[in-house]
Write a protein that binds this ligand. Sequence first.
Ligand SMILES: Nc1ncnc2c1ncn2[C@@H]1O[C@H](COP(=O)(O)OP(=O)(O)O)[C@@H](O)[C@H]1O
Ligand SMILES: [Mg+2]
Length: 179
Amino acid sequence: MELIQSGKYSLVHYDAERDHFIKTFQPKTFDRLRYALRIRPYPGHNVVLIAKRLEALGIATPTIVETQRYRSVTENIRGTPLKRLILDSPMLQEQYLDALTAFDHHGIHCRGLHTNNFLVRDERLFAIDLDAYKAPRWLRYSRREYLDCLRRSLKGEEAFLFARLLERLGLDEHYQPLR
Ligand SMILES: Nc1ncnc2c1ncn2[C@@H]1O[C@H](COP(=O)(O)OP(=O)(O)O)[C@@H](O)[C@H]1O
Ligand SMILES: [Mg+2]
C-alpha cells in the first residue's frame, strides 16, 4: 500500500494490486459528534450521496468499491489532473465551468473545487474528493462562501476561470447581479 496524500483529517493510500484508492478519515471530535447526531452524513456515506447527486447532474465520479463511516474505496480513474490540461483546452474549461455553474444552481457546496480535485479521462471530467462536498438538506449553503472559496482556489493563471464563472452567473465582482 502506497501513501498518496495525507491531509489534516484524512489519508489516501493506493492499493496497486487492486488498482484502488483508499481514503480513511480521522475527523476531530466535534465532527464525530455531528456525524453521530446525524447533523451531517459520515464522510464515507457522504461519498455515496454526493456521487449520486453529481451523476444526476451529468458529472462523472469514480466507481465506488465500498464505503464505511470513515473509509471509502474507489477504482482508479486513470486520469490526468485537470490542472495540467485546463489552460490549453477550451473544451475542458467549458466542462469545468458547466460543473461549477450546476453546483451553484443546485446549492451544492464544496471548499475544494480547485483543478486538482478533477481528473480527465477520454476528454471527460471526473470529480474526486467527494467527501468534501456538501449537498443541501434543509438550507442551502451560502453562495458568497461558495464563490469566495472558488476565488481563492482559482489564482494566477487560472484566475480568468473565476471571472468567466461570474460572467456566466450574471454577477459582478461583488457578486451583485449585473444590470
Ligand atoms: N479514484 C481515484 N482515481 C484516481 N486518483 C485518485 C482517486 N482517488 C484519489 N486519487 C488521487 O489521490 C489524491 C488525493 O485524493 P483526494 O480524495 O483528493 O484527497 P485529499 O482530500 O487529500 O485531497 C488525488 O489528488 C488523486 O491524485
Ligand atoms: Mg484532493
